[in-house]
Design a protein around this ligand. Structure first.
Ligand code: NAX
Length: 326
């Protein structure tokens, strides 16, 4: 058996974590031969609820679960962490403007970035799920000057998976037949789900669907899917978000499928003309625990316009919290 790795999860008593933690502990994220120690962070008022979640984890008697740490102190929860899933965030309260939300989260993610910088493994793989995910990841990254910026990512895998299913339904195929899906940009309604590279059983997706469906049905459906779930369920996506977090981390740690790629919001190195330093979703491949932005994807005018719009939104979010960044 391998030595256990440390997996920190924030917002551990919340609804996404209620699905996520059990799947990490059962080996679905890092493999059925990889023991894990869960290091759970919550705010003080939620520690009692967290205790209940930890009791349930114990009651599963997961063979791979080597330990559980519970804390309201980020320097305890992130100590030597090999993986950190930052799920907890401040939700938008009544009367809160977008700017207030950005600032409230900037405070949380600055503190967590500093704590990661101080105590986490130097190779920690960070996934930010809590919204606004891309900008929260940017804030954490900027507060962790001793860590490689490439260690910080944000989640657009749920959007990617939503796009796969929408296209599979439309083309009456299986998600297994679909490859080369890309979500570009921000995890928000400006994200750009791009079908131009996608293949369905080897045939270009754009040959199988009409432009009108692509522009006026597929793109808005994927962009607005989070809101549609809230409307239907009365609560935001939880199990599907946890599933996407598992997919993101598993691919990063263990590699993407040969001949395909995935979507990850990562530190922009200027690829595709996207401003350096933004946490922007690109097509990525992963191998040996490292990710790479896929190069050479053809960008037509339609795509460029949409990629720029979502880049613009991310630049505005960054500028709105600039006074809080080191
Ligand atoms: P919940 O409100 O159920 O849980 C959040 C938990 O975080 C709470 O238990 C809260 O006490 C805790 N928390 C708040 N501040 C904290 C801090 N400073 N340190 C540690 N814990 C803290 O929300 P849930 O439904 O689990 O969603 C969590 C986040 O994921 C939200 O920000 C949500 O918007 C975001 N999402 C992101 C998605 C993505 O694709 N990137 C999709 C799903 C989801 O909407």
């Amino acid at each position: 058996m391998k030595a256990p790795v440390r997996v920190a999860v924030t917002g551990a008593a919340g609804q996404i974590s209620y699905s996520l933690l059990f799947r990490i502990a059962s080996g679905e994220m890092l493999g059925k031969d990889q023991p894990v120690i869960l290091q759970l962070l919550e705010i003080t008022p939620a520690l009692e609820a967290l205790k209940g979640v930890a009791m349930e984890l114990e009651d599963c008697a997961f063979p791979l679960l080597s330990g559980i740490v519970q804390s309201d102190d980020a320097t305890v929860a992130f100590k030597d962490a090999d993986y950190a899933l930052l799920v907890g965030a401040r939700p938008r309260g009544p009367g809160m403007e977008r700017k207030d939300l950005l600032e409230a989260n900037a405070a949380i993610f600055s503190a967590q970035g500093k704590a990661l910088n101080d105590v986490a493994s130097r190779n920690v793989k960070v996934l930010v799920v809590g919204n606004p995910a891309n900008t929260n990841a940017l804030i954490a990254q900027r507060n962790a000057p001793d860590l490689d910026p490439r260690n910080f990512t944000a989640m657009t895998r749920l959007d990617h998976n939503r796009a796969l299913s929408q296209l599979a339904n439309k083309t009456e195929s299986s998600v297994n037949d679909i490859s080369h899906m890309t979500i570009w940009g921000n995890h928000s309604s400006t994200q750009y789900p791009d079908l131009h590279q996608v293949k369905v059983s080897g045939t270009p997706a754009m040959d199988k669907v009409e432009q009108d469906w692509y522009e006026n049905d597929f793109i808005p459906t994927v962009q607005q899917r989070g809101a549609a779930i809230i409307k239907a369920r009365g609560a935001s996506s939880a199990a599907s978000a946890a599933n996407a977090a598992i997919d993101h981390m598993r691919d990063w740690a263990l590699g993407t499928a040969e001949g395909d790629w995935t979507s990850m919001a990562v530190y922009s190195d200027g690829s595709y003309g996207i401003q350096e330093g933004l946490i922007y979703s690109f097509p990525c491949t992963c191998k040996d625990g490292d990710w790479k932005i896929v190069q050479g994807v053809e960008i037509n005018n339609f795509s460029r316009e949409k990629m720029t719009a979502t880049e613009q939104e991310l630049a505005e979010e960054r500028d709105a919290v600039a006074h809080l960044l080191p």
